[in-house]
Design a protein around this ligand. Structure first.
Ligand code: GLA
Length: 355
């Protein structure tokens, strides 16, 4: 089932719509045309539990600095100094954090109004949103046309598919920036939720979260999350880089990534111990940024006037490694002209007993 309603307005008066996708089990995910945002994700077993952070109105989304629920682009995470080269041609893109480009720059994709180009509701509900990013948008080369499809299947899996095409060589790195809290968006910190990653390696970074270029084994480091570890424990590990970031905000290398990007690999499980709820993430992308909401503003008023604060949600952002355009050894984020880009990431909810 798909329910469409009006959510709000853009500053210029254009209408922002909300689409609620409900599968046969009764689970629902709400998508906004603003920012291709996931605004809510309610469980079939208990619709009062909403596992993503969000806002009740457009104004709050438009002033949000934390990218709640956004589709992020053109380049998720950081490009050092906002500079890179493609085939010896230098580009300079919008910088918005410590002199670096974060999440596509000042006017990334996250506050754009997307258009709905398709909805389907046969086997299970799905919606496709489209955005055109013009040549030179935030300094990035090439006109890029992007479709993002969200589908919610019978196994309570939300699959997000990105299809893009650029008319010039460019760099492209889309992601989803939902903040999950498996106990519910209104239940405070995520410290007792446990994360497990399929990642034998990570990319160490400097104090501004720019990778040094190394790909380092997690073995005997604070970044070994191969066994279930509570976020509280992980954040409190004695490590300079974790301290510098106020928590987890790092990129891990997804095991089994193939350059053809044709296979979804399991990368993360997060378990909420009280309910036994598990979020299972798969992706075709080479990396994943695990972010524990370290910088959520203390005074953020979210849905139903719930006060959000640091560590009230975690993000699992599938991605090319940060700053890949300047690291020839990393999987390439270059999208050649007129070459279709496809990537997929899925998030599935299960109960522990079902696993
Ligand atoms: C990513 C970045 C963080 C932060 C959040 C949004 O996870 O790595 O530093 O910018 O997005 O606030």
């Amino acid at each position: 089932m798909i329910d469409k309603s009006q959510f709000g307005q853009m500053p210029d008066g254009q209408i922002i719509d909300s689409y609620i996708l409900t599968n046969n089990n009764g689970m629902s995910v709400e998508i906004l045309t603003l920012g291709a945002i996931i605004r809510s994700w309610r469980l079939a077993t208990d619709p009062s539990v909403d596992i993503v952070l969000g806002f009740d109105n457009a104004t709050d989304y438009l002033s949000d600095q934390s990218y709640l629920g956004r589709t992020v682009g053109r380049y998720a995470n950081r490009i050092k100094d906002g500079e890179f080269k493609i085939a010896d041609k230098s580009y300079s893109v919008s910088t918005n954090l410590q002199g670096n480009c974060l999440h596509g720059g000042v006017e990334g994709f996250h506050n754009r109004l997307w258009s709905v180009v398709n909805t389907e509701d046969d086997l299970y509900p799905s919606i496709t949103l489209n955005l055109t990013s013009e040549d030179g948008d935030q300094g990035f080369p090439g006109t890029l046309n992007l479709d993002v499809t969200f589908s919610l299947d019978q196994e309570d899996r939300l699959t997000i598919e990105y299809h893009a095409l650029s008319n010039q060589d460019t760099v492209f790195n889309p992601t989803q920036h939902s903040y999950f809290n498996l106990a519910g968006h209104n239940s405070g910190t995520i410290f007792d939720q446990q994360i497990q990653l399929s990642a034998n390696n990570y990319t160490p970074a400097d104090e501004n979260a720019i990778p040094t270029g190394e790909i380092k084994p997690v073995n005997e480091t604070a970044f070994d999350l191969r066994q279930p570890t509570s976020f509280g424990q992980a954040i409190n590990r004695q490590d300079q880089a974790i301290k510098a970031a106020n928590g987890l905000d790092h990129n891990w290398c997804v095991e089994g990534f193939s350059a053809a990007q044709d296979k979804l690999q399991w990368v993360a499980d997060v378990i909420e111990p009280k309910s036994g709820r598990i979020l299972i993430t798969h992706t075709t992308m080479p990396g994943v940024q695990i972010y524990t909401g370290n910088f959520i503003g203390e005074a953020t008023l979210g849905k139903n006037n719930i006060k959000y604060a640091p560590y009230h949600g975690f993000c699992i952002e599938s991605q090319f490694y940060p700053n890949s355009p300047n690291q020839a050894e990393f999987p390439s984020a270059t999208l050649p002209a007129n070459t279709p880009f496809v990537s997929k990431t899925s998030y599935q909810i299960k109960q522990k007993s079902q696993q």
